[in-house]
Design a protein around this ligand. Structure first.
Ligand SMILES: Cc1cc2nc3c(=O)[nH]c(=O)nc-3n(C[C@H](O)[C@H](O)[C@H](O)COP(=O)(O)O)c2cc1C
Length: 168
């Protein structure tokens, strides 16, 4: 085997999970950012964890409000996902710049994309410093799904988003 760096590792483990972290900004507006550093962290109670760069506006929002919705975007959102992944929501109104169809869901006032396969409504339990990221350990309050929607995954170390295909 050959020794590799972490960038190469992320490309080799792809496709990786992909969700849009939906949060409320300080001005009350909605923000979204794509995220692949996501994992389930407990069955009982249901919990998940995710890591975001320390400067991310999404992280700032979840630390301030304690709330987020993680929604797996459908295939129609390919371009919007890349656009939301290339700007900081504290400096830009990404949803105004790249508008998408939204839906309201029960149990939260944070809207999510209309084209979502699954959504996790979460409450922040604990923030852990993790190198150049913060790791957010969250309780899952509610999970909603629409199995008719095809989800996007992150490919090639986050350079590309596309559906995941099963090999026969
Ligand atoms: C496919 C993809 C996956 C990403 N995964 C992560 C991730 O797991 N953690 C992270 O901090 N940033 C990740 N990013 C980058 C953030 O989405 C990007 O830094 C974004 O601008 C943050 O927005 P915010 O400042 O509004 O929160 C990813 C980007 C893309 C395109």
């Amino acid at each position: 085997m050959n020794e590799i760096n972490i960038g190469q590792a992320t490309a080799l483990t792809s496709p990786d999970p992909l969700v849009l972290v939906c949060t409320k900004k300080e001005d009350g507006k909605l923000n979204m950012a794509p995220l692949s550093f996501f994992m389930y962290a407990s069955f009982n109670p249901p919990m998940l964890a995710f890591a975001m760069g320390k400067a991310a506006n999404s992280g700032e929002n979840i630390r301030r409000t304690g709330k987020a919705v993680l929604a797996a975007p459908g295939v129609s959102l390919k371009d919007a996902v890349m656009a939301y992944g290339s700007a900081n929501g504290g400096k830009k109104d990404k949803l105004a710049q790249t508008p998408i169809a939204l839906q309201s869901i029960e149990g939260t006032d944070i809207q999510i994309p209309e084209d979502s396969r699954i959504a996790f409504e979460v409450t922040l339990e604990k923030t852990v410093e993790s190198g150049d990221h913060y790791l957010y350990l969250c309780n899952i309050d509610k999970m909603l799904a629409d199995e008719s929607k095809e989800a996007l995954f992150a490919w090639d170390g986050y350079a590309k988003v596309a559906p995941a295909e099963e090999k026969e």
